[in-house]
Design a protein around this ligand. Structure first.
Ligand code: HEC
Length: 123
């Protein structure tokens, strides 16, 4: 009896955990989706290509935190990246999005750079 209850409680906990994570990830990236798709390059590079360029969420979070200078970006700032040519000339577009949708919101305490980077890597 006790064991059954514990299993039920554990299952409920795991299910709410998953739902909460997805809700946060979807909410955090809702504005980004105007320009970014998961698998296909669009106005901006796909989340998969961003994952490949940065390797892990901590690295992306660090670049966000450092001000997201074009030279520090792993796609628009790295000539050896396969998507460099396509996106280097569009870097300014992302710079204004960074100010408005990322930097300002982090300053306002809406989310952290780490949480946003993790959401990009959860895609
Ligand atoms: C109005 C369109 C637009 C929106 C909205 C937008 N982006 Fe972008 N994003 C771009 C473009 C264009 C690029 C390519 C230029 C570049 O890489 O700097 C880009 C590039 C990026 C890159 C790769 C930077 C690099 O070069 O290494 C990341 C990471 C990124 N965006 C994250 C986000 C996140 C997170 C959001 C939402 C908070 C977002 N973007 C919203 C247009 C947009």
């Amino acid at each position: 009896m006790k064991k059954t209850l514990m299993i039920a409680a554990a299952a409920a906990f795991m299910m709410t955990g998953v739902v909460a994570t997805e809700a946060v990830a979807g909410g955090l990236l809702s504005k980004c989706k105007a320009c970014h798709k998961v698998d296909k390059n669009a106005t901006g590079p796909s989340f998969k290509n961003i994952q490949a360029a940065y390797g892990d969420a901590a690295t992306l979070a660090k670049v966000f935190e450092g001000g997201f200078a074009v030279a520090d970006r792993h796609i628009a700032g790295d000539e050896s990246n396969a998507n460099y040519k396509k996106y280097h000339k569009k870097a300014k577009m992302m710079s204004s999005q960074y100010k408005k949708l990322i930097h300002k919101k982090v300053e306002a305490g809406k989310f952290t750079y780490q949480e946003l980077a993790a959401a990009v890597f959860a895609k």
